[in-house]
Ligand binder design. Structure first.
Ligand code: SF4
Ligand code: FES
Length: 249
């Protein structure tokens, strides 16, 4: 069996064009296998990013037949098409061909302080001789969000990210929720202040595309809604003046 692989090629000098390659495939061949076939046997100059080949590293994300997917996790046979179109992820600047620049994505993630902050207790989180015990239901609150592999598919699918360059994107917001809801974390107020503004959490209009494309079963749209409910809960309690963005604008 063979399939036509139509790949968007880009270089700053030559601009964009599509190249089509006929590639042999088997029932189990992934889109990444097909791209690596092209790179190995037809055109060595093809640029793409990958590493683990097992949906763990998050580096092979691209648009495959119009949908953000992991190339290593997408079998050609399951696409039911004679033509597979591979394009770089939208909402990311293209470096070359299918390789995109993730700088802004990772900066947004970093800005959410994706680590546990525990300043109000004398128990140091890095003290290896002591445990910080969590009950199963406390772990359950953040568990699904901890499966994120930072592949950027949700960010590529998000219409708000496409419109507002200052919006942190679904991945960063969901990771904010992951740490904020962790029973070991003590920095809720500090965290919520970061996203309680016109380009922050309120910008999401709940298209839900992020959750539709996540290959790890994370539901970033849910994380965003839960963060919102947390903010609104604060407003009701009237405890945190710094986060009352909606009532003051
Ligand atoms: S939430 Fe899902 S789609 Fe978004 S970066 Fe994480 S793993 Fe990828
Ligand atoms: S190569 Fe690592 S996720 Fe696809």
């Amino acid at each position: 069996m063979s399939v036509n692989l139509k790949i968007l090629r880009y270089s700053p000098k030559e601009g964009k064009r599509y190249d089509t390659f006929e590639v042999p495939y088997q029932r189990w061949t992934t889109v990444l296998d097909a791209l690596l076939y092209v790179k190995a046997y037809v055109d060595h100059s093809l640029a793409l990013r990958y590493s683990c080949r097992m949906a763990s590293c998050g580096s092979c994300g691209m648009l495959i037949n119009g949908k953000p997917r992991l190339a290593c996790y997408t079998k050609i046979s399951e696409l039911n098409s004679n033509e597979i179109i591979c394009e770089p992820l939208p909402n990311f600047p293209i470096i070359r061909d299918l390789a995109t620049n993730f700088d802004r994505f990772f900066t947004n993630h970093k800005n959410m302080m994706p680590y546990i902050i525990n300043e109000k207790t004398d128990r140091k989180m890095d003290d290896i001789h002591r445990e910080f015990i969590q009950k199963p239901d406390e772990v359950e609150k953040y568990l699904q969000f901890s499966y994120c592999i930072k592949c950027g598919l949700c960010y590529a699918a998000c219409p708000t990210t496409a419109m507002d360059k200052e919006f942190p994107g679904p991945q960063a917001l969901a990771q904010m929720y992951r740490y904020m809801i962790d029973s070991r974390d003590q920095a809720s107020r500090k965290r919520l202040e970061i996203i309680d503004n016109r380009h922050g959490i309120w910008r999401c209009h709940f298209a839900g595309s992020c959750s539709n494309v996540c290959p790890k079963g994370v539901d970033p749209a849910l994380g965003i809604q839960l963060l919102r409910s947390y903010l609104l809960g604060f407003s009701k309690k009237g405890e945190e003046k710094a986060v009352l963005y909606i009532s003051s604008h």
